[in-house]
Write a protein that binds this ligand. Structure first.
Ligand SMILES: Nc1nc2c(ncn2[C@@H]2O[C@H](COP(=O)(O)OP(=O)(O)O)[C@@H](O)[C@H]2O)c(=O)[nH]1
Ligand SMILES: [Mg+2]
Length: 353
């Protein structure tokens, strides 16, 4: 899964990227797209690690993408056109809005107004989607008249795209409109931006680092405020060295963990966990996945030879203290193939190939 960082020039996109990835600016490829696999914080692994003392601990990762900065003087656009292919391939958009004042860094349209920037960015997303819609509709209107084997499918697609166009013209994002299933599948390849979940970061100045977000975007999954440059500095420190700096700015927790977790949730993902003497590990899966499909994420053989999933909820195992005690307390369930995995399930798949 891939999250693209998007916003106007000098809003602090790269600062957010360095905060999330722990990389420093001089480690980035200049003028190119930078991608980092960022570990998803999973505090439940902490206790599992002390309980199982495994050789290895493995967190799941999420790919974050920082797009190359727009050129100086290019302050009037989000550089969207150039970046559209990359944005379309992403599963979620992390929107960065500038709220910090700085004489050293030019601001979009010469003013600092995050709420207005958000409206403008949304308009850019709508227009980009509208252009795709219009182009495809034009071609379909020709092809539906030809008696080919695709004629019926094209008619159906045309109908759906016209609904999309209508919504977009009325400034409605597609995420509220498209039905999961057939429609979602039909439109997937277009990579419509207004269909993607959005997380908003209001990038505030150091003095405001501890303040809550000045507004919440009602279309976003979450709106967070942070000072991206401070977050970058904190991310590069040893955890033990951070406390005095955080105290100085009144920051209670790193925003980065929350940002990553919000992106993870926005993508509709949950974790199931595996634990043993070799490894404790968090596995990302879409919410609603069955046990046999989750088994397939580990190895196709485990799905093929699936017998049952020995399952215990993290909270139950934690409370019982050990697997033996959890079993004694009847907290360990034997689940069949179609069991729907819950977030935090600790699973041992029994299989036979
Ligand atoms: N004071 C302050 N400066 C920031 C903050 N975030 C970014 N900057 C600075 O603003 C400039 C542009 O940031 P950058 O991350 O490169 O923006 P991008 O063009 O969106 O990638 C850089 O010089 C950053 O150091 C912030 O929260 N506070
Ligand atoms: Mg940048």
């Amino acid at each position: 899964m891939r999250v693209a960082i998007v916003g106007f020039p000098y809003s602090g996109k790269t600062a957010v990227f360095t905060a999330l990835s722990g990389l420093s600016r001089d480690q980035l490829k200049p003028g190119e797209e930078n991608l980092a696999a960022v570990r998803i914080p999973e505090p439940r692994l902490d206790w599992l690690e002390t309980a199982y003392k495994p050789k290895k601990r493995t967190e799941a990762t999420l790919d974050f993408v920082d797009l190359p900065g727009s050129l100086e003087g290019d302050l009037d656009s989000a550089g969207l056109t150039r970046h559209l292919p990359s944005l379309r391939q992403s599963d979620a958009l992390l929107v960065v809005l500038r709220a910090f004042e700085s004489g050293a860094v030019p601001a979009h349209q010469g003013r600092v107004d995050p709420a207005k920037d958000l409206v403008q960015l949304r308009d850019e997303f709508l227009l980009a989607d509208l252009a795709i819609c219009a182009g495809r509709i034009e071609r379909l209107e020709v092809s539906v008249k030809k008696p080919t084997k695709d004629q019926e499918a094209h008619k159906r697609e045309l109908e759906v795209l016209k609904r999309c166009q209508d919504a977009l013209e009325n400034e409605k994002p597609l995420r509220d409109l498209i039905q999961p299933g057939e429609e979602e599948k039909m439109l997937r390849s277009f990579g419509f931006l207004t269909q993607k979940p959005v997380i908003v970061i209001v990038n505030v100045s150091e003095e405001q680092a501890a303040a809550p977000a000045p507004f919440a975007d009602e279309q976003a999954v979450a709106t967070l405020a942070c000072c991206a440059t401070l977050e970058t500095d904190l991310a590069q420190m040893e955890p033990d060295d951070r406390a005095p700096f955080m105290a100085e700015y009144g920051v209670e927790a790193l925003a980065r963990d929350r940002i990553i977790r919000d992106c993870f949730a926005a993508l509709g993902l949950i974790h199931f966990l595996t634990a043993g003497p070799e490894e404790v590990r968090a596995w990302p899966i879409p919410r609603g996945l069955s046990a046999v499909d989750a088994a397939g994420k580990i190895h196709s053989d485990i799905a093929r030879g699936f017998i049952r999933a020995e399952t215990v909820a993290y909270a139950d195992l934690h409370e019982a203290g050990s697997m033996r005690d959890a079993k004694a307390a009847n907290k360990v369930r034997q689940e069949p193939k179609n069991y729907v995995i819950q977030d935090g399930d600790i699973i041992l798949f029994k299989f036979n190939v």
